[in-house]
Design a protein around this ligand. Sequence first.
Ligand code: IMP
Length: 197
Amino acid sequence: MILLLLGTKNEGKLSELRELLADLEGVEFLTFHARPFKSVEEIGLTFDANARLKARTIGAETGLPVLAEDAGLEVDALGGEPGVHSARFAGVPVDYERNNTLLLERLAGVRDRKARFIAVAVLCFPDGREFVSEGILTGRIARKLEGEGGFGYDPLFIPDGFSRTLAEMTLVDKNRISHRRRAIEGIKQVLRELAHD
Ligand code: IMP
């Protein structure tokens, strides 16, 4: 049995991760509620760097294997912003409503609404083994907020092939297509192999 700490304090992410990982056998998950850890300052310049930083730092503090993830939104018309600054786009403390308002302001009158969510998941073991997996969800930024579900920029993000925002979908439906789902899929593959060794 592998005991794995989920390295995030974001309740939106935790709900999605719990559902995504529910079918995994041989792995037991802990969250910060049961095993508290300090917040990690995200000073990396890429999602990859920040995900590794979180997994390694929380792993060093707790001595446990850690699954951490860094994600964000890249908007073409904004040159890839907010990118790694997605959480604090409109400043600190993190405020989803202000972030969404700022995003709509920046895109006022802009026709090119193409955007993508990126997630990088990192699994880090106390012996130094590290596994990385990336997931991307392409789509566009809506003209106004729609939906109550999800978190962050979900009320403004319409995935390619859909006419609804992520916030209008159930958690299960979002998890079928999301960047997080795709990143976690790679990590689940590794965990399945390790749990059977
Ligand atoms: P971090 O990965 O904790 O640094 O946070 C990334 C930020 O990107 C979040 O605060 C959200 O604003 C945004 N974000 C990441 N994933 C999602 C998602 O699945 N939906 C909506 N916003 C997201």
